[in-house]
Design a protein around this ligand. Sequence first.
Ligand code: UDP
Ligand code: MG
Length: 318
Amino acid sequence: MTPVLSVVVPVFNEVEVFDLFAARTRPVLDALGVDYELLAVDDGSTDGTREVLAAAAARWPQLRTLRLRRNAGHQAAITAGLEASRGELVVTIDADLQDPPEVIAELVGAARREGVDVVYAVRASRASDSWFKRGSARVYYRVMRRVAGADIPAHAGDFRLMSRAVVRDLLELPERHRVYRLLVPWLGYPSASVDYVREPRAAGRTHYPLSKMVRLGLDSVTAFTGAPLRWATWLGGGGSAVAFLLGLWAIVARLAGHVVPGWTSVLLAVLFLGAVQLLCVGLLGEYLGRLFEQAQGRPVYYLETESRPRERDLAEAL
Ligand code: UDP
Ligand code: MG
């Protein structure tokens, strides 16, 4: 029987947390009074999370686990979960209890009451996050609102409820680098939101170091606009104009008998132009690299379980 509600939870090296998560989430889901499934997507964990998940699944019939063959990243793990989900309503939530599971009931309640396709869980307070995370989040949401041209709710991460129609639209998007917190508002379905207080991580530590945050930022910008490429052109044009005027000035000064002294200005100009050029080449690379991966068209993730039956066939054939 297909469940009414699917809850998708990406899990990466959360051996200390998952049991806590399950213990707090199960009563909430059981109390909803609808058929549900909890889809735990093990994003290639290497710390024993796999055994923890298997043990939890043995005790909890509604828990389905998927395992990705290697770490594919938070958004790719969500993709795997969405593809496997069957519910008419789908909730995505983090495993570390920063998103309180009790809010799932509020999300479902709001969807029913207001008849909307999307309900965002919005962090009313991020006091538990570091000042750096809060500051970077503020800049991120402000920039992305501009860039994506959609009404992106600030401080709505990946904790939200979506209807089957939304999930279907998301999965039909051909792009590989998906940032769901932007794509969902961009789809433009009617939405509501529920406030909650972001809690500190229950245990373990974040899997979003600065490098992954930068990658998410670049994925976000490049997914919605080619404008930075245009800025590069403008920067090049502006630089050329300045260089032309300076050149003119140098010739005139030379003809007037002034020998232009000092290599400081020359050095600065060379360094500056070199930096600008490298920056622009890097920018091109960001787009080109994504085009390349898109053109390769490789799957975003591999499910581990798929390889097992094949191995057995091979053993029998030999
Ligand atoms: N996660 C994942 N793959 C990754 C990184 C994170 O599936 O490569 C999961 C992680 O287990 C958690 C969620 O994504 O359920 C959010 O990650 P985390 O709590 O580390 O990020 P933060 O809350 O610090 O931004
Ligand atoms: Mg977290």
